[in-house]
Design a protein around this ligand. Sequence first.
Ligand code: ADP
Length: 442
Amino acid sequence: MKSLFSSELSKISFLSFIGILVGYQLGNIWLGLSIALGIYLISHLYYYRRLDEWLAKGGLVDKPFTNLFWSTIMDQVLRLLNQLRRDKVQLKSDLDYFQESFQAVQSGVVVVDTRGAIDWCNLASTHLLGIDLERDKRQPFHNIVRSPEVLTYLEARDFDKPLCIVSPCSLDLHLELQATTFRQNYTLIFARNITDVFKLETMRRDFAANISHELRTPLTVINGYLETLRDHSDDLPDMWLRAISQMLDQSHRMDSMVEDLIWLSRLEALPVQEDDLELVDLEGILNSVVNDALVLAVDKSIQIDIAMDQFNALDVSLTKPLQITGCYLELRSAFGNLVQNAVKYTPQNGQIQVQCFPRHDKLVVRVVDNGDGIDSLHIPRLTERFYRADASRTSSTGGTGLGLAIVKHILARHEAELDIKSEVGVGSQFSCLFPLEQLYRS
Ligand code: ADP
């Protein structure tokens, strides 16, 4: 380009020189110079027009005849145009590749634009979500998949967890929607068919609920006879007495297990009902669970305190009882399980503290003990049904292995989480983290 520039400069100088020479001959240098530069300018305008016409045809016809300067420019433009065309073909092929791979996916894939309208979807979305791309392109997604939960899910833009819905195409089709954002507010929605998992889960739930109900009656009969036998066992030999007492212990344990299973099935069966929600007096409920646990704690000389503090920084009236919105029975069961576990797994003369305080955007209800503690290896699995950190220890405490599973379920129903920290030989901390908005401010 630089040599082109210098050759063009030489051309102007040469033309100007000729112009000046001719002007000198004619007796007017300026006239000669102007005519020379005018010729130069007109020739460029002419070539520029040819370039313009050639570009209007997309540079697809043969290059028009021009001088070296314009021909070089045209070559460079042509090179750029060809590069652009190649990039476009590559881009189209990449796009086709991605669209074809999404078409091959068995889950529904939908791209929703910044206004919430459908931009693209794969074939699976037709039978899973009832979207017909030709018909529904540019339609709001929630107009096709009509459900208040979907609308709330997409509007909240909190896509950490998936959303389970019934397909708009069939009531027998259960879907898990998982959205994710890309390219400033575009949303990619995956719809996975989870009908089989849903059916299996329902079967498991029904089985657990039915079996526990069925076991209840025979167990009551067995318990009743064993208690009668124990009450009339004066003449029986010691060996029989021990056997009856052991049978009673085990049947009571089975009884608690069945009760816990029934409670867990009930929690799983229905989401928390509006009617069950009430304002629960925090101090009252904690006092009540501590009083229940004291029966066991007194035998082991364990001290239990309640500490409710740091609330004065909040916008709540401390002259009235602190209340949270929740289901009294469920919260009592959750806090009760934690306090009773603390008593079960804390040795003689131990100390337990039930703390309640606000921290950041959470209301924390924490049960702290200085008992046996739990190896960090077990902590992630503690809320699984029947999981025990130490099976031998648990059989002696008469635990059912369902307590923490119940706590986790109840907390999830209250939009709360369970946080467990523990160290072997030092003690454990079980914290229920409620959203602070659940604290009633009067
Ligand atoms: P369990 O009826 O066996 O107590 P949970 O579900 O309530 O069942 O607890 C599960 C396991 O977690 C227990 O078996 C025990 O090993 C451990 N665990 C629970 N709470 C404590 C605690 N406060 N200290 C030590 N271990 C605990």
